[in-house]
Design a protein around this ligand. Structure first.
Ligand code: NI
Length: 248
């Protein structure tokens, strides 16, 4: 595999395992990025059920504009996404980072839009906090911005080394159980680092890596196409409860 470091892919895997995240080379191209944005714009405009539309940061069933529009598993209704360079490239890297044959990994996609002019941050969280503790697997999240992502429009921030700890206590954003998104409660974020990523490049992070994305303070929307890959699930004998996952 060609990389922009000109080094062995093993170095990326080593960095990923040491820090809990790593920046990857370009996975897509301007033509594909423009096509994906057009496709995703249409999804948001229609608030279609394709891919399960939700507002990550607003109350359920609100009829106001979504603060943080997201679509889970858009490939269910748009299977052609699975043939995109984004998904193919992300799968190849997931195989490297998880040291598992890429075609054996389970996959789902996730789209998050940060609307222009403010909006809300994606609070500090660990992806594993969203997942059912009765199941165990190894996983990686590969995050591809469709627009250049920087501090002004909500690039990712990571806490190096946080992936080796436990799942931190979480709650629904602002303590409001009507909001789907989670936030870690007083997480240790000393040493966190902002990771600007050009459009079409990617970052990869581990299930317990603490991460955050700021609000979008620019005039342009900022899209991210996110890819979650995991190994085969096994049952956990004594799962640690995640009470924040239980709500009416
Ligand atoms: Ni996340």
């Amino acid at each position: 595999m060609k990389t922009d470091r000109g080094t062995d892919v093993a170095q990326y895997a080593a960095d990923f395992h040491r820090d809990g995240f790593v920046l990857l080379p370009a996975l897509s191209n301007p033509t594909e990025l423009a096509h994906l944005k057009k496709t995703f714009d249409a999804l948001v405009a229609a608030r279609t059920d394709a891919g399960s539309f939700r507002d990550l940061a607003g109350p359920r069933n609100a009829d106001t504009a979504a603060k943080l529009p997201q679509f889970l598993k858009p490939e269910r209704d748009l299977p052609e996404l699975l043939d995109s360079d984004c998904v193919r490239g992300a799968r190849t890297w997931a195989g490297v980072l998880l040291d598992t044959p890429a075609d054996e990994l389970d996959y789902y996609g996730h789209i998050i839009l940060k609307p222009a002019h403010g909006g809300v941050p994606t609070p500090w969280h660990q992806d594993e906090a969203y997942w059912d503790p009765r199941w165990q697997f190894r996983a990686v999240t590969i995050w591809i911005p469709l627009d250049d992502a920087d501090v002004d429009n909500g690039c990712m921030h990571f806490v190096p080394g946080s992936h080796t700890g436990e799942v931190w206590p979480h709650r629904h954003i602002g303590g409001n159980d009507d909001i789907e998104g989670l936030e870690a409660v007083d997480p240790p974020i000393d040493g966190s680092t902002a990771c600007p990523v050009p459009a079409g490049q990617a970052s990869a992070h581990a299930p317990r890596t603490l991460h955050y994305a700021g609000a979008n303070r620019t005039r342009q929307p900022r899209w991210a196409y996110i890819h979650i890959f995991s190994t085969t699930v096994v049952t956990v004998d004594n799962p640690v409860p995640r009470p924040w996952l239980t709500r009416s």
